[in-house]
Design a protein around this ligand. Sequence first.
Ligand code: FES
Ligand SMILES: [Fe+2]
Length: 421
Amino acid sequence: MFDERSASSSTRALLDARKPGHTLPAALYTGEGAYKADCDIIFSRHWIAAGVACDVAEPGDVVAVDIGPASILILRDDDNELRAFHNVCSHRGSRLVPPGRSVVGKLVCPYHQWTYDLNGSLALAPHMGVDFDRDLHHLKPVALKDIGGILYVCLSQTPPSDIDELERVMEPRLAPYDLRNAKVAFEQDIIEEGNWKLTIENNRECYHCASNHPQLSLSFHAADFGYDPDGLTEAEKIEANDLLDAYARYGAHWDNEGLDYEAVEHTVGWPTNFRTQRLIIAGLGESQTPDTRAAVAIPLGDTDRPWLGDVHLWGINSWNHVMADHAVIFTAFPIAPDRTLVRTKWLVNRDAVEGEDYTLENLTSVWKQTNREDAHLVALAHKGALSPGYRPGPYSRFTERALDEFTTWYVERMTEAETPS
Ligand code: FES
Ligand SMILES: [Fe+2]
């Protein structure tokens, strides 16, 4: 009989064993083989959210991002162009820059001082002889796309072309916020003790919000991501109808402004999966803060109306909330089968001054707390997948439709690729 947790089970057999509408076989979350296959296929052949353009605002700004075993450096060159390269020296492979942000004139390898221009060409290679051809040893480029100020990279030589669709949909939706010229007011890395797919699944539903996120729930309508119209109490029905009415009212405002707000979903069948929609913010409706009012006195871009809602964007390894006063950009990177880095960046208008126009406590407290709560839930789910008592469980067809789409997308992408056994 097929044992889904057996170390000898091939990733392909596990993918074939997936039951539609259910969570994945345990070893797809916990196994070393599945983890390696995820790094080789999902994180190496797809467009992966890697950061924000305003982190590399000036020539010489560099950010190094680890994506599975790969390290990628993203920089702005002397011609103001954004570029990405493997963070690997062409001599003997040393990492060129440490993780995180740095500012450089040129990229100088710490090992033997090979020196690269910011366009990736090798400028200096001491002691390699007069006949050494530096042109053959430039840095290895990585495909990079800046969509509305959010940066995506693809490690493949043949990146999926449907990134153009993400750009077509999101560039106009993000343009009013001018995220390219914002600033990162605060950044937080946390490690979730769970598989990256559990991190993403946890993010794709608000089924758990009311009981786990008391603070986020003040600004978030849990019903936004689905509810059972037949299973509601009378009070819940009134709330659900009120939300529909509110969308009709807000929709009229947004139409007048020419703002896109309808949901766009590219899930199963699209290599570059994403979902976006302009959401209403609950409470006083301005921002995801403890009192649901704007946290920042100077709005992003030209968004000086507090009722613009929340442009949410889900991607393969990311989720984002872009509001009039600030944006929260999340990226998730696999570190091990049972460890995932979740990086959160809070973006504000670059002219906003901390202590005068905003406080970090008010700006960051909702999502810092929500991240802690989510990390706890992801760890619980991963522990369950490690247990002999685990069996794939059914998703709610109302509140967890997006999870079924994500795991179906995952199984399809992995199955289509040449899956190692
Ligand atoms: S490994 Fe980079 S200069 Fe030698
Ligand atoms: Fe959550």
